[in-house]
Design a protein around this ligand. Structure first.
Ligand code: XUL
Length: 520
């Protein structure tokens, strides 16, 4: 057996995928759900409730508790952990962890008789971690934009963005200068988790590092001027940025208690979206990817470095080399679930009822901003309706409501990805909601593209395992894709619906321009 482990530290859970490259199969999976399994951290949906809707922080100790619990569960289910040849991981992007000068000393001498939380809690210089859903940094973004203007986007791949790590660090340094001064290391979720595994500070990879508004994508170094302006002494607190195939170190002997072999190579972790690009086998240009998760994302490998003229899309590092683009729609499953609950129905009813309304939904559309939205930027949550009187007053039938959310979500993806792929003919779809067949048909029809559904729902975890195999086992990605990322199902576009959706796209664009932007 030739076995590699991919970990996926996402918003709501920590998962594991163990792959065997001899058989081309996932041989074991594990999962810790933060809300369900670790309720003592008060992060029911992955973050601590706050009276301010713009503030979304999580407890980083919960991620450590999840790591111990996940490995204990894998051991209990007899996962062949002693045979794992290499490990890597995927982290929710942009979230940051703040550590004091004790961090590395504590990591070096972790005691297997104690747990990670009790040993590492004293190493936190900030008790909570802002995560990607946080939007509380508009003032800092404005300051960064005023200082660097267009160069911010041209060099870091994105204008200053509320959830990105640089503006978050700046806010912390301004609001709590003392604890910022006590911070020796600022890690991303990805590099924090990798550091725990290898018992020393791990680098940040180009994939995830590009989501910080701090990495110069032209030099692949921290941008000295932007870093200096962001916060005092920040350059000394950041781990080095490195290629995604870098080996961060060997596994800490602490993890021998679960059956791992100490010293097993750990490749740098990356962000969940760069890992998903690998996990769906799309690291070469020509195919776009839609990941339907808590947030929906649209991403694709890029032939040439290109930035979004509207400023919503981002450029991240492609773990297979070069770059990828990403557009994030915060109100993904979050919004679909709200409609399902509003209609008081199950997910299978949600799927079948959506087909009772016709393509085009009689022009009924919605802006489903149940939470602050990234694309387009809408800081104050609020849902807007467009269409018949009945629909706008919330009195319409369930099929119309369901079809409105699904069509509106497909249309926003089409509208905001035009700078990147004007005429996309192949889209790979992953994530929880990819099981909703009518949604796949709507996306196929809106884009007039062939949809390929990927069998593995946890593409980030699989991508992390494939990255470990490539970096440590030296197996080319192309070979791994043949084994692991074949499409399970495909959906063809119906050409008869092309005109309906072309007209609806225009209507949606006008609706959004009128009603979303007024909420900025
Ligand atoms: C990407 C983004 C989200 C998170 C979710 O920019 O903010 O997709 O990575 O985990």
């Amino acid at each position: 057996m030739s076995i590699y482990l991919g970990l996926d530290s996402s918003t709501q859970s920590l998962k594991a995928e163990i792959i065997d490259i001899c058989t081309g199969k996932i041989i074991c999976s594990g999962n810790v759900n933060f809300g369900k399994d670790l309720p003592e951290y008060n992060c029911q949906n992955g973050f601590i409730d706050s009276p301010d809707p713009l503030v979304k922080h999580a407890d980083p100790l919960m991620w450590l508790a999840a790591l111990d619990l996940l490995f204990a569960r894998l051991q209990q289910q007899d996962a062949p952990l002693s045979e794992v040849k290499g490990i890597s991981g995927s982290g929710q992007q942009h979230g940051s962890v703040y550590l004091n000068g004790k961090f590395e000393k504590k990591l070096v001498c972790l005691d297997a008789g104690k747990n990670l939380v009790e040993q590492l809690a004293p190493a936190l210089s900030r008790k909570t971690s802002p995560i990607w859903m946080d939007r509380a940094t508009s003032a800092e973004c404005a300051e960064l934009q005023q200082q660097f203007g267009l160069r911010m986007q041209q060099d870091t791949g994105s204008p200053a963005i509320e959830r990105f790590t640089g503006p978050q660090i700046r806010k912390f340094a301004k609001d709590d200068p003392e604890n910022y001064r006590n911070t020796a290391h600022v890690h991303l979720v990805s590099s924090f988790m990798a550091s725990i595994l290898c018992g020393k500070n791990a680098p940040i990879d180009f994939g995830d590092g590009a989501g910080m508004n701090l990495l110069n994508l032209k030099t692949l170094r921290w941008d000295q001027k932007i870093v200096k302006f962001t916060a005092p002494e920040l350059l000394n607190k950041l781990p080095a940025p490195m290629n995604s195939s870098t080996i961060a170190g060997g596994l800490s002997s602490y993890f021998a208690k679960y059956g791992f072999i100490p010293g097993t190579p750990v490749a740098v972790w990356s962000g969940d979206n760069p890992c998903s690009l690998i996990g769906v086998g799309a690291s070469e240009p020509g195919v776009a990817v839609i990941s339907l998760g808590t947030s929906d994302t649209f991403f694709a490998a890029m032939r040439d470095f290109k930035t979004d003229p509207a400023g919503y899309g981002h450029v991240f590092g492609n773990p297979a080399g070069g770059f990828m683009s990403l557009i994030c729609f915060t109100n993904g499953s979050l919004a679909r679930e709200r409609i399902k609950d509003e209609c008081k129905i199950s997910w299978s009813e949600f799927d079948s009822l959506s087909e009772l309304a016709p393509p085009g939904n009689h022009g009924n559309l919605m802006l489903p901003y149940y939470a602050a939205e990234s694309t387009p930027l809408v800081l104050m949550p609020g849902v807007k309706y467009h269409g018949s009187k009945e629909f706008c007053s919330g009195q319409s039938s369930n099929p119309l409501k369901i079809r409105a959310i699904l069509e509106s979500q497909a249309l926003t993806m089409k509208l905001h990805s035009r700078w990147l792929v004007e005429n996309c003919k192949r889209i790979r779809i992953t994530g929880g909601a990819s099981g909703c067949r009518p949604f796949l048909q709507i996306i196929a029809d809106v884009f007039q593209a062939e949809i390929e559904k990927i069998a593995i729902p946890d593409s980030a975890g699989l991508g992390a395992a494939l990255r470990a195999t490539n970096a440590i086992g030296k197996i080319p990605f192309a070979k791994l894709y043949e084994q692991f990322t074949a499409a399970a199902e495909s959906v063809s576009p119906n050409p008869a619906n092309a005109t309906v959706y072309a007209a609806l796209l225009q209507a949606y664009a006008q609706f959004e321009a009128r009603d979303a932007c007024s909420r900025k």
